[in-house]
Design a binder for this molecule. Structure first.
Ligand SMILES: [Fe+2]
Ligand SMILES: [Fe+2]
Length: 220
């Protein structure tokens, strides 16, 4: 996404911003820069303005950023027959063709993006990314898919393949079993006709343009 920038130095109070400030235009929106260096000095006007800038910026870039997170999974196959980006597209393609709601298709596409930044808890990272925009069940499924996926191989590593059983009383247990069976453990096929990543852009945009269902900074 392109953005045009211009910078102008402005002095004096402007719309609640005091002292010297910079203006900057990004994607057509004039932007000012606060002069303070400690948040405790900010005014209500400052924070209303900054909140708007932050939200516009996020809205402008979130879809590209998410698709690029999937692209970061391209390359090394790590011993499998497909790389992890292909695995992710295969997961989303299967979910789409199986008639799943767009929320689940997007969740499937993004379920392993945590591999890049959080190899020890990749499920939790992806779950927190989607949590504001999808329902509790899908968030739960993605948050727990790692341990449920273990059903297929943990026992080969001397671990408990039935570790998922600790969640048997969850109302989302069966959905997570289903996700791993149909959209994860079986998504390593190099001959599957997976959809290209860009085909999922409108679906990602639809889900991530929704208002957050969470409160302010409450990921739980
Ligand atoms: Fe995973
Ligand atoms: Fe996966």
């Amino acid at each position: 996404m392109s953005c045009s920038r211009s910078r102008t130095l402005v002095t004096g109070p402007i719309a609640g911003f005091h002292r010297r400030m910079e203006t900057e235009a990004i994607s057509g929106h004039p932007m000012r820069t606060v002069t303070w260096t400690e948040m405790a000095e900010g005014t209500a006007d400052d924070y209303v303005y900054l909140d708007g800038v932050y939200r516009r910026h996020a809205a402008d870039h979130i879809v590209d950023n998410l698709l690029n997170m999937v692209r970061l999974l391209e390359g090394p196959k790590l011993g499998y027959q497909v790389d992890r980006a292909r695995h992710s597209r295969q997961s989303a393609t299967r979910a789409l063709r199986n008639g799943e709601p767009v929320d689940m298709v997007v969740a499937a596409l993004l379920h392993d993006i945590g591999d890049v930044l959080a190899p020890e808890n990749h499920s939790a990272l992806a779950a927190d990314v989607i949590a504001p925009y999808v329902d509790e069940e899908i968030t739960w499924v993605i948050r727990h898919h790692g341990v449920f996926q273990g059903y297929y191989y943990f026992h080969h590593l001397g671990m408990d393949g039935d570790a998922r059983d600790r969640y048997r009383n969850s109302p989302y247990y069966d959905r997570c079993v289903d996700f791993c069976a149909n959209y994860d453990q079986n998504c390593f096929d190099p001959d599957h006709d997976d959809l290209p990543l860009e085909d999922f852009r409108p679906m990602v945009a639809e889900v991530f343009s929704r208002p957050s269902r969470l409160g302010v900074e409450t990921a739980d």
